[in-house]
Ligand binder design. Sequence first.
Ligand code: NAD
Length: 474
Amino acid sequence: MFEYAPAPESRDVVDVKSSYGLFIDGEFTDGAGAAFKTINPATEETLAEVAAASEADVDRAVRAARRAFGTWSAMPGSERAKYLFRIARIIQERSRELAVLETLDNGKPIREARDVDLPLVAAHFFYYAGWADKLGHAGYGPDPKPLGVAGQVIPWNFPLLMLAWKVAPALACGNTVVLKPAETTPLTALLFAEICRQADLPPGVVNIVTGAGETGAAVVNHPDVNKVAFTGSTEVGRLIARSVAGSGKKVTLELGGKAANIVFDDAAIDQAVEGIVDGIFFNQGHVCCAGSRLLVQESVADELLEALKRRLSRLRLGDPLDKNTDIGAINSAEQLARVRELSDIGEAEGAERWSPACELPGRGFWFPPTIFTGVAQSHRIARDEVFGPVLAMLTFRTPAEAVEKANNTPYGLSAGVWTEKGSRILWMADRLRAGVVWANTFNKFDPTSPFGGYKESGYGREGGRHGLEAYLDV
Ligand code: NAD
């Protein structure tokens, strides 16, 4: 059989330090919390020790951001734009370094870090740099004002991209930020801090505080934070909504999802299979808008399942730094335990589990691409967000049934529709309760396009002109 030779990306392009501090007021400083280790999930090797910010450290960061807010917000938008353009260009120049670091710390395939995450990160900064001097034309009044200090907390699945989604619009609008990356993936945010210095960004405009949930809670609950932006689980989102209620802080929550990817009998099957694979196996399924529920019209279900299994048997799982790898490592031991638990429950509840023959590396956190068939809507595998490479397949007969099943979820972040008929796409998009509906494609992102959820997937929009609203006093 045809085999690929290994094609590893060199990790020499990035200098991983043995320890990292917090980034406050333009300087790297120690944290008062107990330092923690960040590991490479593909090998379990310790990459670095990272400082943890205590409440007092977070207070220092918020005070630095408050001091910087005066000059930053008073600066003409065209001047702020120059900094954002500079950051965007440095990100492009250092993209290989950033991509390798992201892959080491997160476990995602280098192909995705290099070809998806990094280009989108740079595009986000370029896009919002363009808005900085045009805010009066964004539809929020002739002279919209920033909010002040933004406290931002992000997850581990797209560490640098989630940072870009938060930092770029905040700065473009004239706010300053205190951002907390996830505890399993802090390294690219800290390299971004170095990029802020390289771009001569005034001290205090961006502050990065590392640590776990308590540090995040200290950021969102700080009394001098004016805006809270959170991306993460619905569970923590609920806690945050409760804790900031009545505080006057503006809040956006980007939470979990359980998207339906709906295939009609007139869809191009091979194309749909590619979209299904991209929908759920991209980034090991650690994607909030992943197409984790496959709804297939009954008449083509067998044909589609066969094609899908054939395709999965060709996916290459292994070393994330290998340029041929399609599926990398699960981000942490905890996440692997959750994926395993929900998959075991799927089987125990009576669904049928299938994975291609696939050898898992001896060290690190790995889970093979998995499909469940014979799934009922009541099964947890069809209801709970697995956040892993696990697809639950259900069938339907009529468009109305497809809509009903797709909307039968507490979430509403995204959906996909595969059909040859434009009229059916529009009919479906009108009825699907999801923030994004992709037609004959999936997981397509663009900085010009707003992203966000219905119901328990959160509220507020990030991206596009709509994304400015969250950072303006409107
Ligand atoms: P998580 O909610 O456990 O953690 C997210 C972040 O919140 C981390 O930085 C964490 O340290 C911090 N945190 C934890 N407890 C906190 C608290 N009490 N107060 C403040 N901050 C706290 O989520 P996760 O496991 O890191 O990420 C996975 C989840 O994120 C999934 O549910 C996924 O769907 C969701 N997600 C959503 C989007 C979106 O745009 N809607 C994007 C990516 C991920």
